[in-house]
Design a protein around this ligand. Structure first.
Ligand code: ATP
Ligand code: ATP
Ligand code: MG
Ligand code: MG
Ligand code: MG
Ligand code: MG
Length: 303
């Protein structure tokens, strides 16, 4: 087909590839959510419905984009980590960034009424989006540690701030009361004046939300046989490997053989890489991601 004489304008679209082999993080943040949360009567300092809705929208993104392997959210923001060697949209920055924030936003609106049945949307919310690339594991871990530390600092401040306001201080007064205080002082104010033990507040508020696919254990045939024998010896005749945590695919050719009176149930197990697990159910966790534990349990995130 002949090109039109207008087509030259296409050359003004410049390529925007992200460096190969780097970790891509997309962070989205609600635009003007200070006002949005007021208009929609969010509870302060933490409206659980709003946090759950954010988590739901993030899960939608993980559901749709298999290369998004983890997400961390707090307040009106969410960060999405893509697997290091993703080829999504040929690693084009604006395609990746815009597709994720667009899906997140439409999911947020789509599910709004399930979380706020009595507060219809008064106007369409929007989110901004940016992309950051990190060269290595250390920077990725430090990135998420930074966001979770931020969650803690903000939540402690907001909890103390709203306790003072609910106690009758004006917002200006409450700000002033908290000026120059450190964490210890804020904990002390909460505990001695309001009987609030900060550490007993819900983890969702203190630690934010992590979306990941359930860890899948890859069991090879030998390990599996061993497990079957162990459980048979222990009196369990029928072990099940149907647990969705096991990201393996069974076929229908399960067979039983009797050897020395022990029933050996054999099932063929196809090995799958964890993040490609067929069921790979997405879970939302509220736990520490600053220490090693979370990452050690999920080595594929940083591969
Ligand atoms: P910007 O457009 O620059 O991001 P913003 O008004 O969205 O401005 P943020 O720094 O992103 O400012 O802060 C988001 C604000 O939204 C919080 O300070 C808080 O007031 C409110 N907010 C977000 N989520 C919740 C929630 N779950 N419960 C209560 N308030 C919330
Ligand atoms: P990509 O994700 O790459 O954009 P796509 O399926 O969205 O893929 P497009 O080139 O953007 O492909 O084309 C959009 C398609 O959507 C059209 O080819 C057409 O089939 C359909 N479509 C869009 N708007 C209309 C409309 N108003 N009426 C009928 N069909 C439409
Ligand atoms: Mg912002
Ligand atoms: Mg915001
Ligand atoms: Mg924010
Ligand atoms: Mg299209």
């Amino acid at each position: 087909m002949a090109k039109s004489r207008f087509e030259y304008v296409r050359n003004y679209e410049l390529p925007d590839p992200l460096m190969p082999g780097t970790f891509i993080v997309v962070r989205i943040d609600g635009r003007g959510f200070h006002k949005f949360s007021d208009t929609h009567a969010f509870e302060k300092p933490n409206d659980k419905r709003a946090l759950d809705l954010m988590d739901k929208a993030a899960k939608t993104v993980l559901d749709e984009y298999k290369d998004v392997i983890m997400a961390f959210g707090e307040s009106d923001e969410y960060s999405f980590l893509l697997k290091r060697n993703t080829k999504l949209y040929n690693r084009r920055r604006s395609k990746i960034s815009s597709s994720i924030v667009s899906l997140f936003t439409s999911a947020y609106v789509f599910h709004w009424l399930s979380y706020f049945p009595n507060n219809p949307l008064r106007y369409p919310p929007s989110f901004d989006s940016r992309v950051i690339v990190y060269p290595g594991e250390k920077e990725v871990r430090d990135y998420f540690a930074w966001r979770q530390a931020d969650t803690h600092i903000n939540n402690l401040y907001n909890t103390a701030f709203w306790a003072l306001v609910k106690d009758g201080q004006s917002t200006t007064q409450a700000n002033k009361t908290l000026q120059g205080t450190d964490s210890k002082d804020k904990n002390e104010i909460l505990f001695s004046k309001y009987g609030i033990n900060y550490n007993n507040l819900p983890e969702q508020y203190r630690k934010g939300s992590i979306c990941v696919r359930r860890p899948t254990i890859v069991i090879d045939d030998q390990q599996q046989q061993q497990q079957i024998e162990e459980s048979t010896t222990a009196g369990v005749s029928n072990i099940s490997i149907d647990d969705p945590a096991v990201g393996s695919v069974e076929d229908d050719s399960a067979s039983q053989t009797r050897i020395n009176g022990v029933i050996r149930k054999e099932k063929k197990v196809k090995k799958v890489k964890p993040y490609e697990g067929i069921d790979g159910e997405i879970v939302v966790l509220h736990e520490d991601i600053i220490k090693d534990g979370f990452w050690k349990e999920r080595p594929w995130l940083l591969q």
